[in-house]
Design a protein around this ligand. Structure first.
Ligand code: ADP
Ligand code: MG
Length: 302
């Protein structure tokens, strides 16, 4: 089973928002749909889930045009979250599972199991309104997963979460994929989600500008960086084949231009200060985005 998006076009008020998007999500894989705000991620996910009918193109499942029966085996977490605040957590999950055709007993079992995995077992009788924001977001994920969908479509599942909560949700999502499910999720925070993706699709201005295995894209990219445990003054590298120098508490990361010799750049730094730890790193996702579009992801978008 795989999800395929073929040549999807969408315009709003005469403005083209998706401009021929192709995307494949094979079974057992995680695809990150990544790009700046306004790139078209939410529009594409609404089309995938059938909330919006595209102007042209199609969504295919298992080699055929996807229909309502197929979509009952998918789960969707929209970017605009919606939970009934007065409902109790467990009741909410059972109700949603029932809407997807799960019988009552099974729905209750699925809800218990999922609340357990999400660390919410002791809150199952609480009303949604009494939960913290982070807990409500976990319930939102539970709502998308409670009927045990084969395919999960999550729109910005990590937005607004602290790093511990991100790690936690990633673990739950990895379990879903380990069980043979597939997942496509969107994020505008590219470097946050690197560890989760098998495959990425970078989207910008309604087009997929780069797609493929993250590992292959990284190793094929000529964009590498030299990391050193000292603060590098960019003036030390005048005339060297380097790009940006980013300095944080742990040292500097010097982007290398294609063909640059890391050892030569390291020598230039060493002529100014002692370096005890260094390494050559593959490009980050935001560096891949910049290489593909010529713009930084923070500067792109609407
Ligand atoms: N219903 C709509 N009517 C008009 N414009 C829309 C509508 N939905 C989205 N857009 C526009 O389409 C573009 C892509 O939006 P969206 O798919 O939400 O991007 P993303 O999720 O990547 O931030 C934006 O410019 C947005 O303003
Ligand atoms: Mg969006």
């Amino acid at each position: 089973m795989s999800l395929e998006v073929r040549e999807v076009m969408q315009a709003f008020e005469g403005r083209r928002v998706l401009d021929g998007v192709d995307l494949t999500v094979p079974a057992g894989s995680v695809v990150g749909l990544l790009g700046p705000n306004g790139a078209g991620k939410t529009t594409l996910m609404r089309i995938v889930f059938g909330v919006l009918e595209p102007d042209a193109g199609e969504v295919r499942w298992d080699g055929r045009t996807a229909g309502d029966a197929d979509r009952r085996r998918w789960g969707y977490m929209p970017q605009e979250r919606g939970l009934y605040r007065e409902m109790r957590v467990h009741d909410h999950l059972v109700w949603i599972a029932r809407l997807y055709g799960v019988d009552r007993k099974q729905a209750a079992d699925y809800a218990d199991d999922l609340l357990d995995r999400l660390g919410l077992a002791d809150r199952s009788r609480d009303a949604i309104r009494d939960l913290s924001g982070g807990m409500a977001q976990r319930v939102q994920l539970a709502v998308a997963m409670v009927h045990r969908p084969e395919l999960l479509v999550l729109d910005e599942p990590f937005a607004g979460l602290d790093p511990a909560a991100v790690e936690f949700l990633m673990a739950v999502i990895r379990d879903h994929v380990a069980g043979g499910g597939h997942l496509v999720f969107s994020s505008h925070q590219l470097d946050l989600v690197e560890d989760l993706c098998d495959t990425i699709a970078l989207i910008d201005g309604g087009r997929v500008v780069l797609e493929g295995s993250l590992r292959e894209l990284r190793s094929a990219s000529e964009r590498r960086a030299l990391r050193v445990d000292v603060d590098v003054d960019p003036r030390w590298l005048d005339g060297q084949p380097v790009g940006d120098v980013a300095t944080t508490a742990s040292g500097s990361r010097v982007a290398l231009e294609p063909g640059a010799e890391a050892a030569t750049v390291l020598d230039a730094i060493r002529s100014h200060t002692d370096v005890s730890d260094f390494g050559v790193e593959a490009p980050s996702l935001s560096e891949l985005f910049r290489a593909a579009t010529g713009r930084a992801v923070e500067d792109a978008g609407a």
